[in-house]
Design a protein around this ligand. Sequence first.
Ligand SMILES: Cc1cc2nc3c(=O)[nH]c(=O)nc-3n(C[C@H](O)[C@H](O)[C@H](O)COP(=O)(O)OP(=O)(O)OC[C@H]3O[C@@H](n4cnc5c(N)ncnc54)[C@H](O)[C@@H]3O)c2cc1C
Length: 357
Amino acid sequence: MEIFDVAVVGGGPAGSVCAAFCAAAGLRTVLIEREKFPREKVCGDCLNPECWPILRQLGIDQRVREAPHATLASVAFIGLHDRSMEIALPQGEDAEIAIKRSIFDTLLLDRASQLGAEIREKSTLTSLEKTNGDWKLTIADAFACRAQVLVAADGRNSTVARLCGLLPHIGKERVALQAHISLPPHFGNKVVLQLLPGGYSGQAPVSEGEFNLCLVGKPKSIRTLQKWAIEQFALSTAQQWRTITPLTRATVPPAHRNLLFAGDAARVVEPFTGEGIFYALRSGVLAATATARIVQENSTDATAEYAAKHTAMYRGRLWINTLARSAVVSPKLGSILLDFARFQPALLRFLTRRIVR
Ligand SMILES: Cc1cc2nc3c(=O)[nH]c(=O)nc-3n(C[C@H](O)[C@H](O)[C@H](O)COP(=O)(O)OP(=O)(O)OC[C@H]3O[C@@H](n4cnc5c(N)ncnc54)[C@H](O)[C@@H]3O)c2cc1C
């Protein structure tokens, strides 16, 4: 059986960044990923500007800039009665961009591999065991390995959390649909967040000719939202859609001795504010730092430090995400707030700048 210092489950932004920094620190690192990359993922594809320093640290900011993407100049909020408000986004080198996850996530995974992480794609974690303090991972009966530290970066429906009995109960939850379609003519370089009866839609160009279309709603309203999108964007009924649920759930405590949770596996935020990738990248970095301290220094306080830094990462911005969630769960209330903001534009500008800075 192969033995590693750290096993990272999940090759999304959290897992790839964590594996990259663990490998760069000299740890024997394996990353286990269910899919074969490049793969798409239900997402609005928008990168918050705060991702740039992490991409620079990883040495792939230039590669991201060279890949097909769209630079977003503004965000337009549209209410139920089509009244809208547009707010300029920061420009320059560290502007907000939209990039397809098939491209972005592959750049990150490749970087982890270049830095020395062993990547195992098409490998689904199916069982976990703890023996003599180490983790034993089994991948669909085909491969097994042992690791001193386990990092769960396997997304909102985390298998690791489920196998450890830590996955919160998910009641009736909303659903998201997402498609890449042809860029509508004259759409412009903006991201649109549109409240609709029963949910909302996010729209953004992702390259010169492609467009990301997301719909979020309750199960009972999602087909109506899809019908709206088909009419609005003149889509074929054969259009391919990807889907995911839940949109929100309770948090999994991120640190348990030699088991760390990063990205969506630990905490899922409302996608309306487009911050999930930033939290995934940042928690991946923090988990790598903690892992290196556990393995190389035999540190007993690295776990608690990870938990504290993980909490601190959300400080000062989570309340805006919670406010956004209240507004989108009830689009009527959201529209009233938006009407109010049209007369107090400084308020919406302030909230946007707190998130996109
Ligand atoms: C509708 C919607 C729109 C969004 N829009 C945005 C946006 O515009 N900007 C933004 O920043 N965020 C957005 N988000 C949030 C963002 O997509 C997530 O926060 C981000 O993908 C989290 O990254 P992660 O690495 O934690 O998990 P993921 O990206 O989910 O990666 C998890 C990986 O783990 C793998 N995996 C799962 N189970 C196993 C297993 N058992 N074995 C092996 N591998 C496994 C999966 O295949 C996957 O590759 C959006 C989310 C939704 C739902």
